[in-house]
Design a protein around this ligand. Structure first.
Ligand code: FMN
Length: 363
Protein backbone atom coordinates (compact mmCIF):
# COMPACT_ATOMS: atom_id res chain seq x y z
CA UNK A 1 0.00 0.00 0.00
CA UNK A 2 1.34 3.44 -0.86
CA UNK A 3 2.58 5.46 2.08
CA UNK A 4 1.49 2.78 4.53
CA UNK A 5 3.99 0.62 6.40
CA UNK A 6 3.42 -2.46 8.55
CA UNK A 7 1.44 -5.70 8.50
CA UNK A 8 -0.88 -5.63 11.55
CA UNK A 9 0.24 -2.39 13.16
CA UNK A 10 0.30 0.06 10.27
CA UNK A 11 1.42 3.65 9.88
CA UNK A 12 0.10 5.82 7.05
CA UNK A 13 1.85 9.15 6.48
CA UNK A 14 0.62 12.27 4.75
CA UNK A 15 1.62 15.87 4.17
CA UNK A 16 4.14 18.21 2.61
CA UNK A 17 6.64 20.52 4.26
CA UNK A 18 4.88 23.76 3.31
CA UNK A 19 1.31 22.44 3.00
CA UNK A 20 -1.29 22.84 5.72
CA UNK A 21 -0.15 19.98 7.89
CA UNK A 22 1.75 16.73 8.14
CA UNK A 23 0.27 13.77 9.93
CA UNK A 24 -0.08 10.05 10.46
CA UNK A 25 -2.74 7.41 10.95
CA UNK A 26 -1.65 4.65 13.29
CA UNK A 27 -3.90 1.63 12.92
CA UNK A 28 -3.92 -1.78 14.59
CA UNK A 29 -2.36 -0.57 17.84
CA UNK A 30 -3.41 -2.63 20.86
CA UNK A 31 -6.23 -1.14 22.92
CA UNK A 32 -5.38 0.16 26.38
CA UNK A 33 -1.96 1.70 25.67
CA UNK A 34 -1.49 4.76 27.91
CA UNK A 35 -1.04 7.83 25.68
CA UNK A 36 0.98 10.45 27.53
CA UNK A 37 0.90 13.63 25.46
CA UNK A 38 3.82 15.13 27.41
CA UNK A 39 5.93 12.13 26.43
CA UNK A 40 4.97 12.59 22.76
CA UNK A 41 5.89 16.30 23.02
CA UNK A 42 9.25 15.38 24.56
CA UNK A 43 10.04 12.99 21.68
CA UNK A 44 9.04 15.67 19.16
CA UNK A 45 11.31 18.20 20.80
CA UNK A 46 14.21 15.68 20.65
CA UNK A 47 13.54 15.44 16.90
CA UNK A 48 13.78 19.23 16.60
CA UNK A 49 17.40 19.03 17.77
CA UNK A 50 19.50 21.57 19.62
CA UNK A 51 19.16 25.08 18.11
CA UNK A 52 22.98 25.50 17.78
CA UNK A 53 23.28 22.55 15.36
CA UNK A 54 19.81 22.48 13.76
CA UNK A 55 17.76 24.35 11.21
CA UNK A 56 16.57 27.89 11.96
CA UNK A 57 13.04 26.73 11.09
CA UNK A 58 11.58 26.62 14.60
CA UNK A 59 8.21 25.03 14.93
CA UNK A 60 6.41 24.22 18.14
CA UNK A 61 5.39 20.84 16.62
CA UNK A 62 2.11 21.07 18.47
CA UNK A 63 0.08 18.04 17.58
CA UNK A 64 -3.58 17.09 17.74
CA UNK A 65 -4.79 13.55 18.21
CA UNK A 66 -8.16 13.56 16.51
CA UNK A 67 -9.19 9.92 16.95
CA UNK A 68 -8.36 6.58 18.54
CA UNK A 69 -7.71 7.79 22.10
CA UNK A 70 -10.29 7.86 24.88
CA UNK A 71 -9.67 8.78 28.51
CA UNK A 72 -5.89 8.74 27.98
CA UNK A 73 -5.66 5.26 26.42
CA UNK A 74 -5.70 3.89 22.89
CA UNK A 75 -9.08 2.51 21.88
CA UNK A 76 -7.64 0.09 19.29
CA UNK A 77 -9.31 1.99 16.42
CA UNK A 78 -7.31 4.17 13.97
CA UNK A 79 -5.47 6.99 15.66
CA UNK A 80 -4.97 10.12 13.56
CA UNK A 81 -2.29 12.63 14.56
CA UNK A 82 -2.07 16.03 12.87
CA UNK A 83 0.82 18.50 13.12
CA UNK A 84 0.15 21.84 11.45
CA UNK A 85 2.91 23.60 9.49
CA UNK A 86 3.49 27.13 10.66
CA UNK A 87 6.98 28.58 10.21
CA UNK A 88 7.22 28.19 6.41
CA UNK A 89 9.16 30.47 4.03
CA UNK A 90 8.19 29.17 0.62
CA UNK A 91 9.86 31.99 -1.33
CA UNK A 92 13.25 30.44 -0.57
CA UNK A 93 12.42 27.57 -2.94
CA UNK A 94 12.26 27.62 -6.74
CA UNK A 95 11.41 24.81 -9.10
CA UNK A 96 14.10 23.90 -11.61
CA UNK A 97 17.57 23.89 -10.09
CA UNK A 98 17.98 20.41 -8.57
CA UNK A 99 19.70 20.26 -5.19
CA UNK A 100 22.41 17.56 -5.51
CA UNK A 101 21.69 14.75 -3.04
CA UNK A 102 18.05 15.83 -2.58
CA UNK A 103 14.88 14.51 -4.22
CA UNK A 104 14.04 17.59 -6.35
CA UNK A 105 14.83 15.93 -9.70
CA UNK A 106 13.60 12.42 -8.85
CA UNK A 107 10.28 13.74 -7.46
CA UNK A 108 9.81 15.91 -10.57
CA UNK A 109 10.28 12.88 -12.82
CA UNK A 110 8.04 10.61 -10.75
CA UNK A 111 5.17 13.05 -10.27
CA UNK A 112 5.48 14.73 -13.69
CA UNK A 113 5.91 18.19 -12.16
CA UNK A 114 2.72 18.05 -10.05
CA UNK A 115 4.64 17.66 -6.78
CA UNK A 116 4.59 20.38 -4.13
CA UNK A 117 8.30 21.18 -4.21
CA UNK A 118 8.23 23.90 -1.54
CA UNK A 119 10.63 23.06 1.27
CA UNK A 120 11.27 19.60 -0.22
CA UNK A 121 7.52 18.84 -0.14
CA UNK A 122 6.82 15.22 0.77
CA UNK A 123 10.60 14.58 0.85
CA UNK A 124 11.28 16.95 3.70
CA UNK A 125 12.56 15.72 7.06
CA UNK A 126 9.37 17.35 8.38
CA UNK A 127 7.48 14.14 7.51
CA UNK A 128 9.39 12.47 10.31
CA UNK A 129 7.55 14.52 12.96
CA UNK A 130 4.32 12.46 12.75
CA UNK A 131 6.45 9.29 12.61
CA UNK A 132 7.99 10.27 15.95
CA UNK A 133 4.57 11.09 17.44
CA UNK A 134 3.10 7.72 16.39
CA UNK A 135 6.30 5.94 17.40
CA UNK A 136 6.00 7.47 20.88
CA UNK A 137 2.68 5.63 21.28
CA UNK A 138 4.29 2.38 20.13
CA UNK A 139 7.10 3.04 22.59
CA UNK A 140 4.60 3.42 25.42
CA UNK A 141 3.04 0.07 24.46
CA UNK A 142 6.46 -1.58 24.55
CA UNK A 143 7.37 -0.02 27.88
CA UNK A 144 4.25 -1.72 29.28
CA UNK A 145 5.87 -4.99 28.21
CA UNK A 146 9.28 -4.13 29.64
CA UNK A 147 10.86 -3.41 26.25
CA UNK A 148 13.13 -0.32 26.01
CA UNK A 149 14.49 1.27 22.84
CA UNK A 150 17.28 3.84 22.69
CA UNK A 151 19.53 5.33 20.04
CA UNK A 152 22.77 7.28 20.41
CA UNK A 153 25.26 8.84 18.02
CA UNK A 154 27.96 6.21 17.61
CA UNK A 155 30.32 8.34 15.56
CA UNK A 156 30.67 11.47 13.49
CA UNK A 157 33.74 12.83 11.71
CA UNK A 158 36.11 10.34 13.41
CA UNK A 159 34.80 11.05 16.94
CA UNK A 160 33.17 8.04 18.66
CA UNK A 161 30.84 7.69 21.63
CA UNK A 162 31.06 4.81 24.18
CA UNK A 163 29.47 1.54 23.13
CA UNK A 164 26.26 0.63 24.97
CA UNK A 165 26.98 -0.72 28.45
CA UNK A 166 24.14 -1.33 30.90
CA UNK A 167 21.29 -0.67 28.46
CA UNK A 168 18.55 0.26 31.00
CA UNK A 169 20.97 2.85 32.49
CA UNK A 170 21.94 4.11 29.04
CA UNK A 171 18.23 4.32 28.18
CA UNK A 172 17.56 6.62 31.15
CA UNK A 173 20.54 8.79 30.28
CA UNK A 174 19.46 9.12 26.63
CA UNK A 175 15.82 9.77 27.55
CA UNK A 176 16.95 12.78 29.55
CA UNK A 177 19.72 14.21 27.37
CA UNK A 178 19.22 17.02 24.86
CA UNK A 179 21.86 15.54 22.52
CA UNK A 180 21.85 11.73 22.11
CA UNK A 181 25.31 10.65 23.30
CA UNK A 182 26.42 8.51 26.22
CA UNK A 183 29.55 10.58 26.86
CA UNK A 184 28.77 14.30 27.11
CA UNK A 185 32.40 15.32 26.32
CA UNK A 186 32.16 13.41 23.03
CA UNK A 187 28.84 15.16 22.34
CA UNK A 188 30.56 18.52 22.76
CA UNK A 189 33.20 17.53 20.17
CA UNK A 190 30.47 16.37 17.76
CA UNK A 191 28.62 19.66 18.14
CA UNK A 192 31.89 21.53 17.45
CA UNK A 193 32.45 19.48 14.27
CA UNK A 194 28.88 20.25 13.18
CA UNK A 195 29.27 23.97 13.90
CA UNK A 196 32.56 24.00 11.93
CA UNK A 197 30.86 22.37 8.93
CA UNK A 198 28.02 24.94 9.16
CA UNK A 199 30.49 27.85 9.34
CA UNK A 200 32.01 26.53 6.12
CA UNK A 201 28.58 26.40 4.41
CA UNK A 202 28.81 22.63 4.53
CA UNK A 203 27.19 19.69 6.38
CA UNK A 204 28.34 16.48 8.08
CA UNK A 205 27.08 12.88 8.43
CA UNK A 206 27.10 10.41 11.29
CA UNK A 207 26.38 6.86 12.44
CA UNK A 208 23.79 6.00 15.08
CA UNK A 209 23.51 2.87 17.18
CA UNK A 210 20.22 1.50 18.49
CA UNK A 211 19.45 -1.04 21.19
CA UNK A 212 16.14 -2.81 21.74
CA UNK A 213 16.34 -4.19 25.25
CA UNK A 214 14.04 -6.89 26.58
CA UNK A 215 12.48 -8.36 23.45
CA UNK A 216 11.33 -11.93 24.04
CA UNK A 217 12.83 -14.73 21.94
CA UNK A 218 10.67 -15.90 19.04
CA UNK A 219 9.57 -12.68 17.30
CA UNK A 220 10.01 -12.52 13.52
CA UNK A 221 8.23 -13.84 10.42
CA UNK A 222 10.82 -15.49 8.16
CA UNK A 223 11.42 -15.71 5.24
CA UNK A 224 10.59 -12.21 4.03
CA UNK A 225 9.44 -10.52 7.22
CA UNK A 226 12.54 -11.41 9.19
CA UNK A 227 13.30 -8.99 12.02
CA UNK A 228 16.21 -7.54 10.02
CA UNK A 229 14.01 -7.15 6.92
CA UNK A 230 11.25 -5.25 8.70
CA UNK A 231 13.59 -3.00 10.66
CA UNK A 232 15.63 -2.25 7.52
CA UNK A 233 12.49 -1.48 5.51
CA UNK A 234 11.36 0.99 8.15
CA UNK A 235 14.82 2.55 8.55
CA UNK A 236 15.43 3.02 4.84
CA UNK A 237 12.12 4.88 4.63
CA UNK A 238 13.66 7.64 6.77
CA UNK A 239 15.08 10.38 4.54
CA UNK A 240 18.91 10.49 4.52
CA UNK A 241 19.42 6.93 5.86
CA UNK A 242 21.89 5.19 3.54
CA UNK A 243 23.36 2.25 5.48
CA UNK A 244 22.46 -0.30 8.15
CA UNK A 245 24.31 -3.09 9.90
CA UNK A 246 23.03 -5.56 12.49
CA UNK A 247 25.37 -6.65 15.27
CA UNK A 248 28.92 -6.95 13.94
CA UNK A 249 27.51 -6.27 10.44
CA UNK A 250 30.20 -5.53 7.87
CA UNK A 251 32.94 -6.58 10.33
CA UNK A 252 31.78 -10.20 9.80
CA UNK A 253 33.71 -9.95 6.53
CA UNK A 254 36.96 -9.90 8.54
CA UNK A 255 36.08 -12.67 11.05
CA UNK A 256 36.32 -16.43 11.43
CA UNK A 257 33.28 -18.41 12.57
CA UNK A 258 34.98 -19.07 15.89
CA UNK A 259 35.00 -15.31 16.60
CA UNK A 260 31.67 -14.50 14.98
CA UNK A 261 29.52 -17.14 16.70
CA UNK A 262 27.99 -16.06 19.99
CA UNK A 263 28.51 -18.79 22.65
CA UNK A 264 25.16 -19.91 24.10
CA UNK A 265 24.63 -20.34 27.82
CA UNK A 266 21.96 -20.66 30.52
CA UNK A 267 21.44 -17.71 32.85
CA UNK A 268 19.22 -19.46 35.38
CA UNK A 269 16.49 -20.78 33.10
CA UNK A 270 17.02 -18.15 30.37
CA UNK A 271 19.00 -18.97 27.26
CA UNK A 272 21.47 -16.15 26.62
CA UNK A 273 24.49 -15.61 24.40
CA UNK A 274 27.78 -14.51 25.97
CA UNK A 275 28.59 -12.16 23.09
CA UNK A 276 26.08 -10.48 20.77
CA UNK A 277 27.75 -10.27 17.36
CA UNK A 278 24.48 -11.36 15.76
CA UNK A 279 22.65 -8.37 17.21
CA UNK A 280 20.00 -10.45 18.99
CA UNK A 281 18.66 -12.06 15.80
CA UNK A 282 19.16 -15.60 14.43
CA UNK A 283 17.31 -16.82 11.37
CA UNK A 284 15.34 -13.58 11.26
CA UNK A 285 13.93 -14.34 14.75
CA UNK A 286 14.76 -12.61 18.03
CA UNK A 287 16.87 -14.75 20.37
CA UNK A 288 16.05 -12.72 23.50
CA UNK A 289 19.32 -10.76 23.59
CA UNK A 290 19.18 -7.02 22.86
CA UNK A 291 18.63 -6.22 19.18
CA UNK A 292 21.57 -4.02 18.20
CA UNK A 293 22.00 -2.21 14.89
CA UNK A 294 23.77 0.81 13.41
CA UNK A 295 22.39 3.28 10.89
CA UNK A 296 24.41 5.62 8.64
CA UNK A 297 22.82 9.04 8.07
CA UNK A 298 24.30 11.08 5.26
CA UNK A 299 25.28 14.75 5.53
CA UNK A 300 22.39 17.16 4.88
CA UNK A 301 22.15 17.50 1.10
CA UNK A 302 21.19 21.22 1.17
CA UNK A 303 24.47 23.02 1.74
CA UNK A 304 25.32 26.67 1.21
CA UNK A 305 28.60 26.07 -0.66
CA UNK A 306 28.25 26.68 -4.39
CA UNK A 307 27.45 23.42 -6.23
CA UNK A 308 27.19 22.29 -9.82
CA UNK A 309 23.81 21.08 -10.99
CA UNK A 310 21.19 21.45 -13.73
CA UNK A 311 17.97 23.39 -14.02
CA UNK A 312 15.63 20.61 -15.19
CA UNK A 313 12.95 23.08 -16.33
CA UNK A 314 15.23 25.31 -18.41
CA UNK A 315 17.49 22.33 -19.27
CA UNK A 316 20.66 24.28 -18.51
CA UNK A 317 23.77 23.70 -16.44
CA UNK A 318 23.71 25.81 -13.29
CA UNK A 319 25.79 26.87 -10.34
CA UNK A 320 23.60 26.55 -7.27
CA UNK A 321 23.85 28.85 -4.25
CA UNK A 322 21.14 27.87 -1.81
CA UNK A 323 18.91 29.97 0.36
CA UNK A 324 16.51 28.62 2.95
CA UNK A 325 17.03 27.05 6.36
CA UNK A 326 18.76 23.71 6.59
CA UNK A 327 20.32 21.56 9.28
CA UNK A 328 24.13 21.38 9.07
CA UNK A 329 23.63 17.80 10.32
CA UNK A 330 20.66 15.48 10.37
CA UNK A 331 21.99 12.51 12.30
CA UNK A 332 21.28 13.80 15.82
CA UNK A 333 17.70 14.61 14.80
CA UNK A 334 17.33 11.17 13.21
CA UNK A 335 17.93 9.39 16.56
CA UNK A 336 14.31 9.69 17.84
CA UNK A 337 13.02 8.86 14.35
CA UNK A 338 15.05 5.63 14.28
CA UNK A 339 13.81 4.64 17.75
CA UNK A 340 10.24 5.49 16.68
CA UNK A 341 10.17 3.28 13.56
CA UNK A 342 11.85 0.49 15.50
CA UNK A 343 9.10 0.68 18.14
CA UNK A 344 6.46 0.45 15.41
CA UNK A 345 8.17 -2.63 13.94
CA UNK A 346 8.42 -4.38 17.31
CA UNK A 347 4.71 -3.70 17.95
CA UNK A 348 3.96 -5.09 14.48
CA UNK A 349 6.02 -8.22 15.25
CA UNK A 350 4.23 -8.69 18.59
CA UNK A 351 0.92 -8.28 16.83
CA UNK A 352 1.86 -10.84 14.17
CA UNK A 353 2.68 -13.33 16.93
CA UNK A 354 -0.17 -12.64 19.36
CA UNK A 355 -2.75 -10.57 17.44
CA UNK A 356 -3.66 -6.95 17.99
CA UNK A 357 -4.44 -7.70 21.63
CA UNK A 358 -0.75 -8.25 22.27
CA UNK A 359 -0.72 -6.16 25.43
CA UNK A 360 -3.15 -8.57 27.11
CA UNK A 361 -0.92 -11.52 26.20
CA UNK A 362 2.00 -10.88 28.49
CA UNK A 363 5.13 -13.03 28.47
C1 FMN B 1 15.00 14.84 10.75
C2 FMN B 1 15.46 15.13 9.34
C3 FMN B 1 15.70 16.46 8.96
C4 FMN B 1 16.13 16.76 7.67
N1 FMN B 1 16.38 18.07 7.35
C5 FMN B 1 16.87 18.37 6.11
C6 FMN B 1 17.21 19.71 5.76
O1 FMN B 1 17.08 20.66 6.57
N2 FMN B 1 17.71 19.95 4.51
C7 FMN B 1 17.89 18.93 3.61
O2 FMN B 1 18.35 19.19 2.51
N3 FMN B 1 17.60 17.66 3.91
C8 FMN B 1 17.08 17.35 5.13
N4 FMN B 1 16.78 16.04 5.43
C9 FMN B 1 17.11 14.97 4.45
C10 FMN B 1 16.29 14.94 3.20
O3 FMN B 1 14.91 14.90 3.52
C11 FMN B 1 16.70 13.75 2.32
O4 FMN B 1 18.08 13.69 2.20
C12 FMN B 1 16.07 13.84 0.95
O5 FMN B 1 14.68 13.62 1.03
C13 FMN B 1 16.64 12.85 -0.07
O6 FMN B 1 16.42 11.53 0.36
P1 FMN B 1 17.62 10.49 0.57
O7 FMN B 1 18.72 11.23 1.27
O8 FMN B 1 17.02 9.41 1.42
O9 FMN B 1 18.05 10.01 -0.78
C14 FMN B 1 16.32 15.70 6.72
C15 FMN B 1 16.07 14.37 7.10
C16 FMN B 1 15.66 14.08 8.40
C17 FMN B 1 15.44 12.65 8.80
Amino acid sequence: MKNTFGNNVTLTLFGESHGQAVGAVLDGMAPGVPVDEEYIAKKLSQRSGLPEVSTARREPDSFRIVSGVFEGKTTGTPMCIIIENKDTKSNDYQRGPARPGHADYTAFVKYHGYEDYRGGGHFSGRLTAPVVAAGAVAMQALNERGILICTHIKSCGGVSDHAFGDIPEDFIRLENSAYPVLDEAVGEQMRELTAAAAADGDSIGGILETAVYGPEAGLGEPFFDSVESLISHALFSIPAVKGIEFGAGFSFGKMHGSEANDPIDYDGSDVITRTNNNGGINGGITNGMPIIFSTAVKPTPSIFKEQETVDFIKKTDEKLSLKGRHDPAIFHRAAPVISAVTALVICDLLSMRYGNDFLQKRQ
